[in-house]
Structures are given as structure tokens and as C-alpha cells.
Design a protein around this ligand. Structure first.
Ligand SMILES: [Zn+2]
Ligand SMILES: [Zn+2]
Length: 503
């Protein structure tokens, strides 16, 4: 597979529905047979033009200039929210001043975590901007791999580069004492073709680094505690399923729980602890036969026609599908000319549904449209069904603790709003207790994830401040996992209960 050309979808517009104060309900774990398929993003001819034009710039290694690129309409703008609910930076400048700077009987360690992140904030900001300025596509995150592992090594972590056979994956570990619990953290790194860090993974990268460093400082303040911190650098979230590969290869085996976060458009000073959709990704290729389009078109078998029939069929399917399902795709080809019958066309599609159980029959309907196009045109079809992303299964005990912390200490309102975007962390969340809050950063209207506006937002000071606040919350919840046995037993019980509910 040519990874550089794949652009699946992940997180966007997290805060779509009415805010509620409670943590989300558990969703059933999908059975092995229910591992459904990846989903799509809509692309217009105009968008495709912009995409190719700019991705060439990226491939040459030149720095992308915002001014060089036409506005890229959001391909995953699935918000149900109103425009006036968006966070407009000019109207509502953010403030992350802690409102209640006290907490429980571990406040000494809380202050260690907070002071560490405040102290490291400028270094983390510099790291974030470096990664933002060097956008790298899935499985090509070499620059991010190097700067992040160097940073973690400087902070006393044991580094494993090129982890588990993935060139751009990495692992940073800190161990204190022997035995004890293990907290996992994830840092994403990949960008999108043509629009750079339009999903804000530079912020995710430094949030993971910040959580790990803050937890290390907290453990050092309590030398009697035995525990381990494992930070994974996880490639290819936008497609390719880096975390799924690491999961299958044992990268999460040692962890008792795993945490990470993701920026999004959303209500000011808010964080979301809802689910995400299950996603199935298709690569379909049509093989026909070329002929002179004027002289002997009857001798040809038109692969582009197959792509158009597939596109039309799926567009009609969209009328009959449920409102919380999604299907989106793009057409690609080679050596196309109007006077030659195209002998090859390729399409990339993504289907999404709230759960894997919902996705299976829906993905089958999409697949039927793809196969019908081959039958209608006489083309040969090659269908590649790629890595599935499960819906996100937030551990409700972890989620509630995080919501309480960031609400009381940093003024962030927690909601249980779900998203119709998807993440490979969904698969992780079915293997062990997991927490994946989304958090709002200021952006412009219609400037959610996967837009140039969001890429700009992801390098703003306000976005950085939001990331630091969320990292503090994740570190504090992670610290409880490591040190509070009663709390962790509840986390485990909730996770086991979720597994049983699949039966
Ligand atoms: Zn994304
Ligand atoms: Zn993302």
C-alpha cells in the first residue's frame, strides 16, 4: 500500500451534541467477528484538485505556506452544533487560569504535576511547533520520531526507537521500584496530505510527552511508590492504524490503563468524553481495457465508468442510511486523457457507524455498490479491506475522574458528546481500560479538524494552553491509577463489566 496517498479520517468536531455533565455510558466490546471496516471522507472535485496540488509540495519537502493553498473544505465536518456555538477566538479569548487550586489529600503531588508542566510548557511549545512545521504523513513520521525520542531521553526515559518493527514508532519508559502498576500514554505524530497538522497531532505529541514527564516528577516526589510509565509514539492514526499494529504486536501488554487526548473544535473551555464511530476503510481498484475513445470505443472497458457508477450507487445509498452513519470517498486514476478509454481507476472509501455491530451490515452495502460497478462495466475489481477502527470505549471511572479534575481545577466543562469521526485508539480501548478526552481549541467557524484553519489553530498559544491543561488532568488521573488501589479496582471492574456486556 502506498501509505503516502491514503487519507482516512480521525477526530473532528467532537462537541456536536448538547453538553451533559455525566461521564459516558460503556459500549459493548465488539466480538472478533464484528470487526468491521474503515470509513470515508467526502471529496469534491475541487477538493481533490487542491489536495493533489498541495501534496506535491509536501512530497518535495518544502514548507507549506498557508497563503499558497486555497481553502480546503472540511471533509469530516459532521457537527450537529450551531455555528454560533463554535469557539470564535476573537470573541472569546481563552483563559486556563486554575479556578480552584486545591485538591484532596494528594495536593502535594498535584502541585508537583502542575508545576512540572508549567515549567516545561515553553519547551513543549517549542517541540510542538517543530513538529507542526515538519508535517509528515502516516508511517513517515521520522522527524517527529527523532525529536520526540531525543526529548524523552533528555528527560531520563529509557528509549526504544523503531518500536516493534514500525520505523516511526517509539517507546519511552520510566520505572521506579519494582512491581506496581503501569500507566500507558500515547503520542500521535502524523499529519494530512496537503493540509499539514490539520488534526493537531503536534498537540497530541506534546501532551503525551508532558503527561509522562509530569508523572515521572510525581513518582520521584514519592520514592516509596513502585510504578512504571510507558509512553508510546504511535504512527499513522489518520489511516494505517499504527496503534492497532502495536496492539497486535504486544505494545500495550504491560499497561494497566492507557490515556491520551485529541484537540477538536468545540465549545469554549470544554472537553468531551464521548465515543467515536467504528470505521472501515476500503481501497477498490477497477481494471479495464484502453481503446481510442473516438476511433473504437467499443473495444474498450472503461474503468472510470466503474468508478462513476460506484460513486453514484453509494450516493444513492446515502439517502437510505441512518443519520449517524457516514460514507465518503475519492476517485483516483493514472494517465487519464479524454481521447483514451481509461483502463484503470482507484477509489478510497470510508464507512462509519456508531458501533462495529452497526458497521458490519452497512459496510456490506457499500461493498455491494463497489462490486456492482464492476459487474455493470465488465471491469475486473480488486477490493482491499483495510484495518478496522473500533468505536471508542471510554472507561467511565477514568472519564469521571478526569472530568472532575479538569472541571474543578482548570474550568473545563466535560461533556459526553460523541463524534462521528474515528480513531485507532478505539481498538486499544477494547483491550484495556482507556481514556481519550477530546478538548476544544479556538478556531474559526467551519474550521474544525482537517481544515487549514484548524492547522493554523493547532499552533496557536491558546491551543497550547488548552493542551497543557488537559495534560495536567491526564497526569493527575494517571497518577491515581498508579497510586490509588481502590480507584484502580473500580477502573478494572468497570472495564470487565463492559467486556461482559458484549455477550
Ligand atoms: Zn484527523
Ligand atoms: Zn486526529
Amino acid at each position: 500500500m502506498d501509505h503516502s496517498e491514503v487519507q482516512a479520517g480521525c477526530f473532528g468536531q467532537f462537541f456536536a451534541r448538547k453538553a451533559r455533565s455525566r461521564a459516558p455510558l460503556q459500549r459493548p466490546r465488539p466480538s472478533p467477528s464484528s470487526q468491521a471496516q474503515d470509513g470515508p471522507s467526502e471529496g469534491t472535485a475541487e477538493n481533490s484538485h487542491v489536495y493533489y496540488q498541495v501534496s506535491e509540495t509536501l512530497k518535495t519537502g518544502e514548507k507549506t505556506q498557508q497563503g499558497d493553498i486555497s481553502y480546503f473544505n472540511p471533509c469530516c465536518d459532521f457537527s450537529y452544533g450551531k455555528q454560533d456555538e463554535r469557539w470564535i477566538e476573537q470573541q472569546q479569548p481563552p483563559s486556563y487560569t486554575p479556578k480552584i487550586p486545591t485538591l484532596s489529600n494528594t495536593s502535594d503531588v498535584c502541585s508537583v504535576i502542575e508545576r512540572t508542566l508549567d515549567k516545561k510548557s515553553s519547551d513543549l511549545r517549542a517541540l510542538s511547533l517543530k513538529i507542526h512545521d515538519h508535517p509528515e504523513l502516516m508511517f513517515e513520521e521520522r522527524y517527529a520520531h527523532d525529536v520526540l525520542t531525543e526529548f524523552m531521553a533528555e528527560h531520563g526515559f529509557k528509549i526504544t526507537k523503531h518500536y516493534l518493527g514500525l520505523e516511526t514508532a517509539w517507546r519511552a519508559e520510566y520505572t521506579q521500584g519494582t512491581g506496581g502498576r503501569v500507566i500507558g500514554i500515547n503520542s500521535e505524530m502524523d499529519a494530512l496530505p496537503g493540509i499539514g497538522h490539520a488534526c493537531g497531532h503536534n498537540l497530541i505529541a506534546i501532551s503525551g510527552v508532558g503527561v509522562a514527564i509530569a508523572l515521572k516528577a510525581a513518582l520521584q516526589a514519592r520514592p516509596e511508590v513502585s510504578a512504571k510509565i510507558i509512553l508510546l509514539g504511535t504512527p499513522a492514526e489518520e489511516g494505517g492504524g499504527g496503534k492497532v499494529i502495536l496492539l497486535e504486536r504486544g505494545g500495550y501488554d504491560e499497561m494497566d490503563a492507557c490515556v491520551m487526548c485529541h484537540p477538536s473544535a468545540g465549545l469554549p473551555h470544554s472537553t468531551s468524553l464521548g465515543s467515536s464511530t467504528a470505521m472501515q476503510y476500503f481501497l477498490v481498484e477497477y481494471f479495464g481495457h484502453s481503446a481510442h475513445a473516438g476511433g473504437a470505443p467499443w473495444e474498450g472497458t472503461n474503468a472510470l465508468d466503474a468508478a462513476f457508477i460506484a460513486y453514484s450507487g453509494i450516493s444513492m445509498l446515502r439517502q437510505q442510511m441512518k443519520p449517524d452513519h457516514r460514507v465518503h470517498g475519492v476517485v483516483e486514476g493514472r494517465n487519464w486523457l479524454p481521447n483514451v478509454i481509461p483502463d484503470y481507476a482507484r477509489m478510497r472509501w470510508i464507512a462509519r457507524a456508531p458501533t462495529s455491530e452497526d458497521l458490519i451490515p452497512f459496510a456490506k452495502r457499500v461493498q455491494n455498490c463497489l462490486e456492482a460497478a464492476a459487474l455493470a462495466t465488465g471491469c475486473r475489481i480488486k477490493l482491499t479491506v483495510e484495518t478496522s477502527y473500533f468505536n471508542l470505549h471510554q472507561n467511565s471511572v477514568l472519564a469521571q475522574d478526569f472530568a472532575d479534575i479538569v472541571g474543578s481545577r482548570y474550568g473545563l466543562a466535560a461533556t459526553s458528546a460523541s463524534t462521528s469521526a474515528s480513531t485507532d485508539f478505539g481498538n486499544v480501548s477494547y483491550a484495556l481500560p482507556a481514556l481519550h478526552p477530546a478538548f476544544a481549541i479556538p478556531t474559526e467557524a467551519n474550521g474544525g479538524n482537517h481544515t487549514l484553519a484548524f492547522a493554523k489553530a493547532a499552533r496557536s498559544e491558546a491551543a497550547h494552553s488548552a493542551t497543557i491543561a488537559v495534560a495536567k488532568g491526564l497526569a493527575l488521573t494517571g497518577y491515581r491509577v498508579l497510586t490509588d488501589a481502590e480507584f484502580f479496582s473500580k477502573v478494572q471492574a468497570t472495564f470487565e463489566q463492559g467486556k461482559k456486556s458484549e455477550c
